[in-house]
Write a protein of this length. Sequence first.
Length: 253
Amino acid sequence: MRLAGVLAILAAIPLTVSPMFAAQRGNRNSRISLRKRLHVNTLITEPGTVEIDWSSLYSLSSTNFTMPAGVRYTPEGPNIAWGRTEYLAAIDSLTSPAGLTLAATSVLYDGPKLDVAFAPQATIFLKNESGTRLGAFTIVRYDFGRNSIGATASWSAATHSSPSNPGGTWDAGFGFGHQLSGTCWLEKLTAHVNAEWERSTGQPPAALGSEGIEYQVTDRLALDLSAQHFAGAGNPPDHQIAFGLTLSLGKTQ
C-alpha cells in the first residue's frame, strides 16, 4: 500500500425519502468502494491480499442509521482476470431493500500517474424488493505529488423496476484528496472532498457532496470521518455523519 494507504470509507449514499436514492441502498457498498478509490489509495487491493471495509452512517435529519460492510480480494496471478482484477462482495442488511453487491474491478491502464479501471457489478436483493440490478462503472484517477484527483461514471438497470428500484440509473462523480505534510503525524492525514450527480428513470436529478479526513493508523488500518450533504428530488437537504474503517488482512498465503 502507498504511504497514505487505503482511504477509509467515504460517504455512503444517504438514507433519504427520495425514491431515487432509496433504490441505491442495496448498492451502497460498491458505491463506497468506488468513491474512496478517487483519492490516494490504489484502484484495487494489492494482489494476493484481502481487505475488509466497514462503515456507519447517521442522518442528522432523519436519525436513520446504517452499517454497510464489504470484503475485497485480488488474486495473485499473471493475467488481467487473475492478477489485475479485484473481487468485491458487500452487504448492508440494515437497509430496506437489503442487497448483496458483487463487483469485479479490472485495472485497464496502470501508468506512473494515470490509472484507469472498469468493473461490471450486480446487486441481488435479499428482502423487500424483487429482481436484480445489473450495471458497470469506470474509474479514472490522476496522482501528482501529494494530491490525487479522480472521476467516476456508472450505470445500472433493474431487471424488475419499481418505485424504489428505477429502471435505469446514471451517476457521475468527482473527488480530490491531499495528503498533509510536515510532521510524521500530519503525514498520516489525508483531507478529501467529493461531489456526485445522479439521475434515475422517472426521477429528478440529485446531488451529493462530502468532505472529510482520513487517518492512516498503520500500514494495514485506516480510519475516516466524513460529513456529507444530500439535496435533490424535491426534498429538504439532508446532512449525515459517516465513520469508516478499512483493514488489510495482508497476504492470503
